[in-house]
Structure formats: C-alpha cells, structure tokens
Write a protein that binds this ligand. Structure first.
Ligand code: ADP
Length: 401
C-alpha cells in the first residue's frame, strides 16, 4: 500500500510518500511560499537526484496538483500512475477533546476540525486546506487525520485541568491539551523496544526538544501529563518561547511597557526563550558555540534551559511515583551532546548515570546514553512523526476495506 503523508501549513506543504509493505520512503519534499511569488517545490525521490522547481503556486489545490505531477513525472517521479496512491494521512495540530485517536476523514470529521479552529487558529485552517486540496485532486482516495493532541487525551483530570473557575472549562474548554503527541507516542514505543520491556510496564519521561519543546510523563503506554497546555506556549523554555512564567507578568508588563495583548503574545511566543536570554539566537548550536567561547549570556540561557528541563523530569518522576527511563528526541534532544550531558549529570539523585562515550555517539538509531548499571536509563530515540502518521493511516484504511 502506498501512503502519502502531508503536513500543510499556511504557506507550505511538506510530504513523504511511503511504501507500507516495507515501510520505506519513496520520496520526500516540500512546497514553500504557497500564495507568494516564486513558490518553490523541493522533491527528493529516493535514490535519485533532488529536484527544485520555482513556479507560481497560488493555493494548496495547485500545490497538491504540482505534487502529483512530480510524483508521476517520467524522470523524477516514483510512481507510474497517481492511482497507486492508496491513502493520504494528514497531520492536524488540534483535535480538542473530540479526537482521542486518528480517524478517517468524513463530513462530520471535517465539521469538527472546523469547529476547533478557535483553539488553533494558525494551524488547523491550513490543515483543512490540505484535506480539501487532496479531496479536489484525488476524490477517490481515503484520507486520515492524525492529531498532535490525541495521544494526550488519556491524561487524567488532575493533569489537564487548570485551577481556575470550572466555568471556563465548561464554556470554553480551557484546559491542558498538550502537543507533539505523535512524537511522544512514537518515541515511547521505540524506547520500550530498545529497553526490551513491554510499554505497559514502564514509567517514561519523553523530552521532545526542538524549536518547540515539550516533556511528557508516560505511564503504562499512556500520556499521564505533558508540559504544553492550552497552547504550545506553556512548559519548557524553548527557542523563542518563554514556557512557564507567572501569569501576572502579562498584565504587569502590559501596564509598565504600555503593550497591547497582541504585543505581549508576540513577545512570549517569538521574542523570548533562548533568544531573549542569550541575545544571540534561538538555535541551540549557536548557544553552545558561544557558551564554549566564553559568552556569559549564552551560558545563562543554556543553564536556564537545562535547569527547567530537569525540573520537569523531577516533577514527572514524582507525578508517576517512579521512573524507568528518560528519552531525548527532536533536533536538540537527538543532536545536542551538551544539553543531554547537563540534564543527565544533574539527575544522579534519580539514579541516572550518564555514559559520556555513548552520549558522544552520533547515530540515527535509538540508543542508550546511560551506563549498563544505571538504575534509571537515558536514551536517545530519533522521532519519526511521519512514519507514525503513515502507520495510523495504513491501519485505518485496512480496517475499512
Ligand atoms: P522543529 O521543532 O521545528 O521540528 P527540530 O526538532 O528540527 O525543530 O529542531 C530544530 C532545532 O534543533 C534547531 O533550532 C537547533 O536548535 C537544534 N539542533 C539541530 N541540530 C543540532 C545540533 N547538532 N546541536 C544542537 N542543537 C541542534
């Protein structure tokens, strides 16, 4: 079965084409600058040379048409005919409380995703454009939606409710939803395989730390708590996002600096985190480089980032009353030797013993970075959200047949 995985943003569309018999990637790529001049299509067919095409792509319908053309192109293509695509799986950021798992797209599902636009105004509308564009270009092909929030729907009330008037939850569904669910789900399953234990018997803290970052407490294979909340602003310190802070800072700053709500929102989402403290940027590579060269602000940013991460790991170990392993994933988690070291070296109290040589290894495989004797294990597991979307799509379409 051939499955196309799509991640549609407002001006971009990323894709991966899978052959599910071997779970192999046939092609990957993206369309950028949709709706702007000089849109770019980057197509990387497996075993062939990358293709870059600049043209005018005014909307998602045209982007999907271009994508189909390139997938079936006689020179750069990987399919003989578009009829070979059996299903399309979409990443959708917000599934609210309605979607506890991935699901086939129906009229009711689309209606519900639209109803949730309010909760994810920047992310859900483009995902719907992606769904509509596939419907237009490939009307016969079944589609599946996979939500970033769905995995966290297993959280108990004491994890997902905020201690504010209950009426706000009842009226507006203000609660913790959590994000990166597909990634936390995928890496927890992979971690169990690497640990050689059933997922149902494990207490894990998964740390998805990329540009956005979140931790999850995963108990018996289910999300028990996670650091992102109603929106992806809460929790860990991130590249440009503040993460946790005293909510009173918002009105206080608005008053002192005469800022509007939009300005404060933008400050917390785009001008905070590593970037604000270091004054250098949001990329962990630059921070570590500057810190190693003696830059004090970079060191402070790094220390705050890793300290806040450790605090979450400690909180979740307490929340689950136990911990078998911590798992690092995403851009920073998979690549930053320094971040993993700073986190693990200060968690010896929890029984984590870092193996420095293992921590230095660069690999695309799931692996231990703790010693064999470490009571609590530390692992690096490269995430693969697209593969999980492809697997869910495959399974749902198989069941439907
Ligand atoms: P996103 O959250 O956008 O999906 P990624 O998971 O790809 O992002 O993470 C991107 C971030 O990973 C970059 O901003 C950078 O800070 C970090 N990163 C990537 N490679 C390295 C590296 N070798 N060392 C430290 N950080 C890295």
């Amino acid at each position: 079965m051939i499955i196309l995985v799509m991640n549609a943003g407002s001006s971009s569309l990323k894709y991966q084409l899978y052959n599910m018999e071997e779970e192999s990637v046939l092609a990957t790529g993206r369309v950028e600058r949709i709706g702007m001049d000089a849109s770019i299509l980057v197509h990387e067919p497996a075993g062939k040379q990358e293709v870059n095409e600049v043209s005018e792509i005014l909307d998602h319908v045209t982007a999907v048409r271009k994508l189909i053309e390139i997938l079936t192109h006689k020179e750069y293509g990987v399919l003989a005919s578009i009829k070979e695509i059996n299903a399309v799986g979409h990443r959708v950021v917000h599934g609210g409380e309605s979607f506890k798992q991935s699901t086939l797209v129906t009229d009711d599902v689309k209606k519900e995703i639209r109803r949730l636009f309010d909760l994810a105004p920047l992310h859900n509308p483009p995902a719907m454009m992606g769904i509509a564009a596939v419907e237009y270009n490939l009307p016969e092909v079944p589609q599946v939606v996979v939500f970033d929030t769905a995995f966290h729907q297993s959280m108990p009330q004491e994890s997902f409710l905020y201690p504010i008037p209950m009426v706000l939850y009842r009226r507006h569904k203000i609660r913790r939803y959590g994000f990166h669910g597909t990634s936390h789900d995928y890496v927890s399953k992979q971690a169990a395989i690497t640990l050689g234990k059933p997922l149902e018997s494990l207490k894990l803290v998964t740390c998805h730390i990329g540009n956005g970052a979140s931790c999850a407490a995963i108990m018996n294979g289910k999300s028990f708590d996670t650091s992102m909340g109603l929106t992806p602003l809460e929790g860990l310190m991130m590249g440009t996002r503040s993460g946790d802070l005293d909510p009173a800072i918002v009105p206080f700053t608005m008053n002192k600096e005469e800022l509007t709500l939009n300005e404060v929102n933008s400050m917390l989402n785009k001008h905070s985190g590593l970037q604000a403290i270091s004054g250098i940027g949001s990329d962990m590579r630059e921070i570590v480089e500057a810190m190693d060269a003696g830059d004090k602000q970079a060191k402070l940013a790094f220390d705050m980032y890793t300290y806040r991460l450790r605090k979450y790991i400690g909180a979740y170990a307490a929340g689950m009353n136990g911990l078998d392993a911590i798992v690092f994933t995403a851009g920073v988690g998979e690549n930053s030797v320094a971040v993993r070291k700073a986190v693990c070296e200060n968690l010896t109290f929890f029984g984590i013993e870092l193996d420095e040589a293992r921590n230095e290894v660069r690999s695309k495989e799931a692996r231990f970075i703790s010693t064999d004797d470490s009571r609590v294990k530390a692992l690096v597991v490269p995430t693969n959200e697209e593969l999980l979307i492809a697997r869910d799509t495959y399974q749902l379409v198989q069941e439907e047949r």
